[in-house]
Ligand binder design. Structure first.
Ligand SMILES: [Zn+2]
Length: 315
């Protein structure tokens, strides 16, 4: 075995870490309540914690930013801080409209472009990644992103169980059941990056496309969600074996967080889903995940991962 193939054998699988910056007003919007973009304890308290924690584990992540937040100078400053710390800033629409894939394509375009311009104005760099609000995109959205020179979409969660979990959760907490979001058929999508079919976003096409679907990773084989918001509710015994299983299968991971995972506790009756564990316990559980992830995988920003994969395909 020559030296190069030895290095290749030792290469850990890659992991990317994505954070959806859904602040207080966005979470209220999910339940149909209107709220101003500030004050926003979810956004303002979580970002410094993400910076601190990611610095500790030397992680460069991708932050999906809702551009309306950039109209607030203090929020814009935090996004600039993320950018100057080496994190990627990606597009999470202008004002996070729910039911995104049902919107006319012109409105989707306007949401993406308006956000793009505001992000560019704030950090001086063009975003290349997009995530729809509430995992709610379709093939038309992805085709649109391609015409806008985007490199990847991360709206798909490839499991049949998530729509069911969301509905059960809404039933148990007596909150609104989502009328939009992930499709059960996404359980048939690849649990890794792929070139999406131009008519069915969950289907891989043999033709190599410039735009990639980069789904939120679910558990190998069993296909249940493993992202942080889910893992925080269920605790480490659930997440640890899953992460080691991905390592064993040499599978890359796209691991997702939401701002509320590290925010101050929100005591608002309208937001039952944010009434989680005390922040110290959440930090502790997230650190457990990050410790394993840094041991099992090489963590890089999504943009870098996409470039790496495209380069490998060309070789
Ligand atoms: Zn969101």
């Amino acid at each position: 075995m020559n030296k190069m193939s030895q290095t290749k054998t030792k290469q850990k699988p890659f992991a990317t870490v994505q954070v959806d910056l859904d602040g207080l007003w966005t979470n209220l919007g999910y339940y149909g309540h209107e709220a101003p973009i500030s004050p926003d304890p979810v956004f303002m308290s979580s970002i410094p914690r993400f910076i601190k924690l990611f610095d500790k584990y030397n992680i460069k992540a991708t932050f999906f930013t809702i551009a309306k937040d950039l109209e607030d100078p203090e929020k814009a400053e935090l996004i600039r801080q993320l950018h100057s710390s080496g994190h990627e800033i990606a597009n999470h629409t202008y004002d996070h409209p729910f039911g995104f894939r049902s919107l006319p394509i012109e409105i989707q375009k306007n949401q993406i472009q308006k956000a793009h311009q505001l992000i560019k104005k704030t950090i001086g760099v063009d975003p290349v990644g997009f995530k729809a609000p509430g995992y709610d995109a379709n093939a038309a959205t992805i085709n649109l992103l391609e015409t806008l020179n985007y490199q990847y979409d991360s709206s798909v969660i490839p499991t049949w169980s998530y729509p069911l979990i969301l509905k059960t959760y809404a039933f148990l907490t007596r909150t609104k059941s989502p009328s939009h979001g992930p499709k059960a058929i996404w359980g048939l999508a690849k649990n890794r990056i792929y070139s999406p079919n131009s008519k069915k976003e969950w289907k891989e096409t043999v033709r190599e496309r410039k735009i990639k679907e980069f789904p939120c990773t679910v558990a190998p084989i069993f296909r249940f969600p493993i992202h942080a918001t889910f893992a925080l509710k269920l605790g480490s015994p659930f997440i640890i074996p899953t992460l080691w299983l991905t390592k064993l299968l040499c599978q890359d991971i796209n691991y997702e967080f939401h701002a509320a995972d590290l925010s101050d506790t929100v005591d608002d009756k309208r937001l039952a889903h944010l009434k989680g564990h005390p922040v110290e316990l959440r930090i502790n559980r997230i650190e457990t995940v990050l410790k394993i992830l840094t041991r099992t995988h090489e963590i890089i920003p999504s943009k870098e991962y996409i470039n790496q994969k495209s380069k490998n395909k060309q070789e």
